[in-house]
Design a protein around this ligand. Structure first.
Ligand code: GLY
Length: 420
């Protein structure tokens, strides 16, 4: 456990203190409509490096950080769906800082995570293995170390695909549940096809994405959380929620997962139908009457309107979810690169507003507090009474990813850096 601030933390704090904190910025050289300054982005990333070093000092060798609740750090085993985010964040921050210690910390976590490549009991292998090993391969180019692990993992994920349903099974239980979150695991498959030369992974990703357009979305382009299928004929058994306020509500993180997923699918396939769909989802989210001014969504877009009959009305109407905001920021930055004119400006302006909000109180934690997590005020699952108004490892991961993406925009670099 951490007993004192490590030396590297004090050094980084000094660097951070020396960085100008100007938030609004005149036109950058490469992107004249970007409003956040390089200094602002550097300040946030330097702070994130300092904070992840605080977190690193508390993490047991065989565990992954998950959250911090009531002054207690909560860790998970590597089989938990969030296990890839901490090594992924270490790798992004290694990419930013060049600090080889962060790479070593990441590699130590990759070593305990590797066994999940054989895990056929979860659909979350994209989160677990691509955010971690995918970034490791991207940054080190070490195919000998990482390619086989990724391909074995992609094979495990593909084992959950049913050609009758035309989708990957998310959970056990239910009948054949597919959740909107599963869009996020498809990038792992498109990359596996590139790595292996075998198109089958990409074909599963495309088919799953098309099935999700057909069955998960309502006419207003909001998404159900869970579609439960009959695996014998692919018919729909039920359209439900698990983590939202009610079955017909728009659970916020699910809307963000969907947006990110279709932006990514357009990048991976060049199919304009995915871009059109992503724009419709973005329009639902950004024009929602319950979108707060600071652009950090409530945990469910329908939460503020809950009436007394809802079990969540009394206590949870106004809880925000910083994890949704982080995912949105990262997705909108990429969507801005796929669009032009007023559309592009709308997306990037919202991403900038989110980054400004998350980079300040009440969302941004003081360095050395919050158990070493960067952001406060996320929600795991209110219906399950789990991780309510706490830091979450994936909120930090997508916040750091968004900052790095924005930095690349400022520098006129390819948004994703080098791909594996
Ligand atoms: N994939 C689980 C969640 O978003 O909470």
């Amino acid at each position: 456990m951490m007993t004192a601030f490590p030396k590297r933390f004090l050094f980084l704090l000094a660097v951070a203190a020396g960085v100008a904190s100007a938030c609004q910025h005149p036109a950058s050289q490469t992107n004249s409509d970007l409003q956040l300054s390089p200094e602002f982005i550097d300040e946030q990333l330097t702070g994130a490096v300092a904070q992840i070093n605080v977190l690193a000092d508390s993490v047991p060798a065989d565990r992954m950080p998950r959250t911090f609740q009531g002054d207690t750090s909560v860790f998970s085993n590597t089989g938990w769906w969030t296990s890839g985010f901490y090594p992924g964040s270490l790798l992004y921050l290694y990419e930013y800082s060049g600090d080889a210690e962060l790479l070593e910390l990441a590699k130590a976590k990759l070593a305990i995570l590797e066994k999940e490549k054989l895990n056929k009991g979860t659909h979350d292998l994209g989160f677990m293995l691509y955010c971690s090993f995918g970034n490791a391969l991207r940054l080190t180019g070490d195919t000998a170390a990482y390619k086989e692990i990724l391909l074995i993992g992609a094979e495990s994920l593909s084992s959950r695909y049913n050609p009758v349903v035309k989708a990957i099974r998310s959970w056990e239980g239910w009948t054949y549940p597919v959740i909107i979150d599963n869009m996020m695991n498809l990038e792992f498959l498109t990359q596996a096809s590139k790595l292996s030369g075998d198109p089958k992974y990409r074909e599963i990703a495309v088919t799953h994405a098309n099935t999700t357009i057909k069955n998960h979305y309502r006419p207003d382009y909001s998404s159900y959380h869970v579609i439960d299928y009959n695996p014998a004929d692919g018919s729909i058994v039920g359209k439900k929620t698990a983590q939202g306020a009610f079955d017909e509500s728009a659970w916020s993180r699910g809307q963000a997962w969907g947006l990110y997923g279709y932006v990514m699918m357009y990048r991976e396939t060049g199919d304009g139908a995915y871009l059109d769909f992503a724009k419709h989802i973005a329009s639902f989210i950004l024009n929602h009457p319950n979108m707060p001014d600071d652009r950090v969504p409530y945990w469910d877009f329908d939460a503020p309107d809950l009436d007394e009959a809802s079990p969540y009305a009394a206590e949870y109407k106004t809880y925000r979810d910083a994890s949704t905001a982080s995912i949105l920021a990262s997705a909108l930055i990429e969507l801005s690169t796929q669009t032009s004119g007023d559309e592009r400006r709308g997306y990037i302006t919202t991403a900038e507003k989110i980054l400004q909000s998350l980079s300040s109180a009440p969302y941004k934690a003081e360095i050395g507090t919050n158990g070493g997590f960067i952001l406060k005020h996320s929600v795991g699952s209110i219906p399950h009474g789990s991780e309510i108004d706490v830091p979450l490892t994936y909120a930090d991961y997508y916040y750091v990813e968004a900052l790095i993406r924005y930095k690349r925009l400022l520098e006129g670099q390819p948004l994703l850096g080098r791909t594996p």
